[in-house]
Design a protein around this ligand. Sequence first.
Ligand code: FAD
Length: 415
Amino acid sequence: TEQRDILVVGGGAAGIAVAASIKARQSAVGITIVEPASNHFYQPGWTLVGGGVFSPEKTRRDMASIIPPGVEWIQSAVTAFAPEDNRVTLSDGRTLQYQQLVVAPGLVLNWSAIEGLEDTLGKNGVTSNYRYDLAPYTWALVKGLKGGRAVFTQPPMPIKCAGAPQKAMYLSADYWLSESLLSDISVGFYNAGAVLFGVSEYVPALMEYVRRYNIDLNFQHNLVAVDGPRQIATFVVTNAEGESHREQVPFEMLHVCPPQSAPAFVRHSALADKAGWVDVNPATLQHQRYGNVWALGDVINAPNAKTAAAARAQAPIVATNLLAAIGYHCEPRHYNGYGSCPLTVERGKIVLAEFGYGGKLLPSFPPWLLDGTRPTRLAWWLKERILPPVYWQAMLKGREWLTQSEPATREESTH
Ligand code: FAD
């Protein structure tokens, strides 16, 4: 067994940001990131790839190029946790012992949960912005479609970036409207949930676009099977009485958002709650039972929106609280649940949802400058031009920009 000081599991948005944030505060501490992938992706950019605005390459970097200076990278996957012994096992058979553990491996997309989907992704008009290699196919389909039915699906919650399924739909419909094709293309939204968006303040602005694009809204419709060659999607529809039946919907284009869960090695570990997510204190992001374990990003069970924006707010909070716990002089901080979902309602305009725990609105800007409940050009400009450099140059470099937190009160910060 090898010894490490601070061990970070995952080199995604959350893992890189927290490692950089710790280094920015205390450059001498030893940090190791375990991450199997050779590429790092800016996933928020995939909506714009699917909308023909970004090239896919703009959203990819070599992992080696974004590991913070002075941080060790072990290119392997964690397969098991032993928090009682402060130990993890890697896929290459090695075991590592740590002083402090930070868990940030994101979530998994369960494509295989939908019968027939994996065989037809990337052909027969079936696509998804949830994969780097498929987002360009979304745009190819949008440009090629001249008539018929376009279907956009959303699985049961929780999912990362809950607005992304409808973002893809609005950008597609906007293109068809601009090409005067909307009279020949019918657009349908099929959501396993019961509402268009979880925070009601943003729904009126979205409904204006639903009407503009003449979108057929279907709730309690859960996609269970796709027949690619015959272009038929099958949904399980549940009514108010809880009864369900199957419904078949033919399509010319199908954009799927797959169901999502915590990774199996997390779900089956002592770190998980009943639903499989890492069980953290929602304010401190410290594990509920293991004092030297922290978690952030999509893998945690806190009821915030699973977004890179949330990870941006969480990283400095975990960094500060972890350093305070091991004796460095820093004021512990609390996470307010901040997350953000820039809803691309048309090319050039965004409804910028920003909210925290309990659906409390947490705008970054005063309403006279940017009212997030209305579509604005400024929010589009932010998404297209400002947020990518904020991600690569600030968040992944340990600099705080557009982050929110609160100082912890004395009693709450002790553990
Ligand atoms: P990820 O960034 O997914 O990284 C997880 C990392 O852990 C990966 O590198 C993975 O290889 C690694 N890993 C996995 N298993 C292991 C293991 N066993 N051992 C070690 N490492 C492992 N967010 C926004 O803020 N705004 C948006 O507009 C937005 N739009 C989105 C649109 C789409 C289409 C998608 C897919 C996502 C969008 N998001 C958006 C969400 C955002 O991308 C995620 O919330 C964010 O990437 C979460 O960061 P993370 O580090 O938790 O997970």
